[in-house]
Write a protein that binds this ligand. Structure first.
Ligand code: CUA
Length: 156
């Protein structure tokens, strides 16, 4: 089969670009820590969440010098607790799990955004520098009441 020289060059560019792109994505996916779900490998029995520490006592706990832990249980269609007060400047490690289906945990206006899978504990740390009222939203469709699933967080 005869191929024009320019056609060969163009196909070569296409193949090289494809290999470069797939290698970049592939190498990052398997080597970079930023491409893993934060702490989503921690497991919990979803049927025993209410008896398992720290989820047996949901809420905000002071751990030490301006450091807090916020434990939240998600279920269709709500957050426990759903009205949270946090002191300004607090460094909060948020730990979440679900007792039923996949939910989401997002605080719009911050970079807090986690997928909450039953059987897994997800967590991330965020410092609340500014006072104000924040909304906590479920951003994974979880059933008929999904759009009602929210909670209030106040930084005071
Ligand atoms: Cu929970 Cu959507």
């Amino acid at each position: 089969m005869h191929m024009h020289k320019l056609e060969k060059i163009w196909i070569t560019i296409g193949i090289v670009t494809l290999i470069a792109f797939l290698s970049t994505v592939g190498i990052q996916a398997f080597t970079s820590d930023h491409h893993k779900p934060p702490s989503d490998l921690t497991v919990i029995d979803p049927e025993k969440v209410h008896e398992t520490a720290p989820f047996d006592e949901p809420g905000l706990k002071e751990l030490g010098d301006n450091k807090y832990e916020l434990i939240i249980v998600l279920q269709s269609f709500g957050f426990t607790p759903n009205d949270i007060q946090i002191p300004q400047g607090a460094e909060v490690t948020i730990k979440v799990t679900s007792i039923d289906v996949v939910h989401g945990f997002q605080i719009p206006g911050t970079n807090v955004n986690m997928m909450v899978t039953p059987g897994h504990i997800n967590s991330m740390t965020y410092t609340f520098d500014e006072t104000g009222e924040f909304l906590i939203l479920c951003n994974e469709y979880c059933g008929t009441g999904h759009h009602y699933m929210s909670a209030k967080l106040e930084v005071i």
